[in-house]
Write a protein that binds this ligand. Structure first.
Ligand code: MRU
Length: 350
């Protein structure tokens, strides 16, 4: 089987430009957009041309390269000061996925030590490519570690999109699912459509079909009766930010799945690279949850479905308490029954 990552790479650096596959148009159109300005990349992240925590981090790293080129061209030896504004805009583009600030901090730690007297572009590009490649390798390791936890012929449910489109490589949750399918551990995948943005219907279903992995798309509200049927063994999802105690912020609806899974004795796996763990945030209560525009709820595919002027709540993420999670899988190892204490082993390696 060809892994989905061999076919789908949503972020490319070519001809000194950043190229992003426009995920707003998938699966019906494949359009690539090219970026030469960091501020346009910030807009692209906010508008979800690119989305998914690790993909946002990688994109931000390349945006720092563009910001440095512009700063050097504009300010010469004062280029470091000229980086402040574009990087502040970049950091504010989406608040929940910690990979964004993780990548900006990594790139900043490098550039503050670069000489002021020559262009920083080459050194920063090397660092951005390294971040991108590290994520590809992390996806492969997590795929194997996660698949090892699953019994043969299992049925799994996933939510949102934590696949190649959301990362640099084969995906986090979908990396485990691809590996599990190749190893005979997984025989079927149920995919939540993931209202309101429909990442499951538009992106995950598409990726699984490209990888020829047997999958069934369902409305989010179907999960309870699917679990009650006894035909599901694991829920496998990604994460946008994991607190030091193992609480997980992920796509809205993840928390309800975890509650349902506990009741039905279905196991719950979160798959995320170390770059998604925020050791500064002690518990999930402190994680900022992004509120997205009402239009994402009042419209589907530009078609209005709700009355004019209705009040809307549209949090993009929710927080699943660590006690509802059986395993957090990272490239540095698996944490079973996550808690402040069990997460500490991972921290030593980070
Ligand atoms: O709003 P999105 O599409 O960026 O949300 C994405 C998710 O919630 C993913 O599950 C998460 O970022 C992990 S992606 C490997």
């Amino acid at each position: 089987m060809q892994s989905t990552s061999e076919m789908i790479q949503p972020i490319k650096w070519q001809d000194q430009q950043l190229h992003l596959l426009d995920q707003r148009l998938l699966p019906t159109q494949q359009l690539w957009l090219n970026y030469e300005h960091a501020s346009e990349v910030s807009d692209a992240i906010r508008e979800m041309v690119v989305r998914g925590a690790p993909a946002i981090g990688i994109t931000a790293a390349y945006a720092v390269v563009l910001a440095a080129r512009e700063a050097w061209n504009k300010a010469g030896v004062n280029w470091k000061q000229a980086m402040y504004e574009p990087l502040a805009k970049l950091a504010a583009s989406r608040p929940t996925a910690v990979n964004l600030t993780w990548a900006i901090e990594k790139m900043t730690a490098l550039y503050v030590n670069l000489p002021e007297t020559y262009s920083p572009e080459t050194a920063l590009l090397e660092a951005a490519i390294h971040i991108h490649q590290q994520d590809i390798a992390a996806n492969q390791t997590m795929g194997k570690l996660g698949a090892d936890l699953i019994d043969p012929d299992s049925m799994v449910l996933t939510h949102c999109n934590a696949g190649a489109l959301a990362t640099g490589g084969g995906g986090t949750a979908l990396g485990v699912i691809s590996q599990g399918y190749s190893d005979g551990k997984i025989k079927h995948v149920y995919v939540d459509e993931t209202r309101p943005w429909l990442q499951g219907a538009r992106l995950t279903a598409w990726e699984l079909m490209q990888g020829k992995i047997p999958a069934t798309l369902q409305a989010d509200v179907t999960a309870a009766s699917l679990m009650a049927s006894g035909n599901i063994h694991w829920v496998i999802v990604g994460a946008d930010r994991i607190a030091a105690n193992g609480d997980v912020a992920n796509k809205i609806g993840t928390y309800s799945l975890a509650v349902l899974a506990k009741y039905h004795q279905v196991k719950f796996m979160v798959v995320a690279p170390l770059s998604t763990i925020d050791w500064q945030t002690e518990t999930g209560k402190q994680i900022e949850i992004e509120q997205r525009p009402s239009r994402e709820v009042t419209h589907i595919a530009n078609q209005q479905i709700a009355p004019d002027g209705v009040k809307v709540s549209n949090p993009a993420f929710d927080v699943t308490p660590a006690e509802l999670i059986n395993a957090i899988v990272t490239e540095a190892g698996v944490v079973l029954s996550p808690s402040m204490t069990t997460m500490k082993n991972l921290r030593k390696q980070n």
